[in-house]
Design a protein around this ligand. Sequence first.
Ligand code: C2O
Ligand code: CU
Ligand code: CU
Length: 495
Amino acid sequence: MQPLSRRSALFLGGAGVVATATGAAGLLWGQGPGFQAAVGQELIEPQALHSADGRLQVKLSAALGQMRIAGKDATALSYNGSLPGPTLFLQAGDRVNVTLENKLADPTNLHVHGLHVSPRGNSDNVLVSIEPGTSFGYEYQLPVDHPPGVYWYHPHRHGSVADQIFGGLYGAIIIEDSQPVPVTRERVLVISDISLTEGGSIAAVSEMEKIMGREGVMVLVNGQLSPALTARPGERERWRIINACNSRYLKLRLDGQHLQLLGLDSGRFQSPRDVEEVLLAPGNRADLLVTTAIGTAILRTLPVDRGSMGSMMGGNNGGGQSRPGPDGTVLATLSVTGAPAVGLGPVPTQPAPRDLRATPVSAHRELVFAMEMGMNGGGMGGGRGSEMMSFTIDGRPFDPARVDTTVPAGAVEEWTLRNTSPMDHPVHLHVWPMQIIEQAGRPVDSVVWQDVVNVPARSSVRVRIAFDDFTGKTVYHCHILDHEDSGMMGLIEVR
Ligand code: C2O
Ligand code: CU
Ligand code: CU
């Protein structure tokens, strides 16, 4: 680590002031001048597109334009003119064709987060770049045994991922169960955050916010601010929840209602688990059953301490993280009234998930996630966050021309994800999910599979990965998208 020079200390101090000023402006929003949102409108579901006969063909047009956000006119990015984009409902074994049309001013591309599909060619290849004014045809072949669950799509063009997702480019993907779960209602809840100016366009983000990982002033559910949901008592609803926020961790509660987690990220647990709250790092998804009880319940997200830059920046606890009160931020209101619904049949149990804890491991690796102060040849005079602070894995920022990790096809590997920095990093690997086997030095005593694994500040997590089915090049990275764009990403080749 480079010593903190007076020059960079002064500069960072300046950036801190900027961040504070932005934060203060953000607080005024809603109460006075600034973007005037409408709250309490009835929840709108994103457009639903279902595959049929094993096929789905979709056109997604990424553009800047006018749309409704938080019930008011705004100018943001979107797929097909709405935020979020359409939800793709798929079945295992489907073939999906997506024509992505780039009407943005910058290059983009598309990633299907969590899907177990090939990373090559025109499948889930994050190394392609679709230039403005051009289109690209993606084709994804889902394996016949693809796990059901909640997934999502978003841009993955290195360097602009944070801005494009923050601007509004994301949508849900649902892979249906082969044996349906009896429910009275399914809802897709895409949770994202955004900051808008008074005129309704995307607010600028300071360099300090990028270092921290930007958090939007408004936390939206399907593009709405604090929407209203209604149900009758005794109903069983299935909520597919996606944390599409750039950096914000969600700690969700819905007090007064019976919550059961069916699964997290991909796949389903053997049987539903009773939960009181659900923690979702950026990129994580929850498949949640809500059995309704009479009354009004508030879906809220409680504050999550994901670390700070305090110790690296001489006590200046950098901006970018919202600090809601202890009751958290209201996301939605569920009103349960009326005649009780008739009970539904049991939730079908699932086969026991695969467990790699007893599987012989062919290689052990350690990946070190670090943040280091440094000017990196720039900095003074409004450099990017990545120039004030370097974000690295194993000491190197991302380089698309360099393969960092080579794995033989079919291998089962154990990776230690070590975080030496004072902030948490939610670590994501494409294509292959990770089984968490040890956290903070303690073995995990149940089978936990995720594709985004939070690695707390100055801590480490051990995971096992089975590199089955596919070969090719893809990436692993921090899912705080500003960190990813600043270089906290590595290239893996399975061959
Ligand atoms: Cu959700 Cu590599 O991303
Ligand atoms: Cu992904
Ligand atoms: Cu990070």
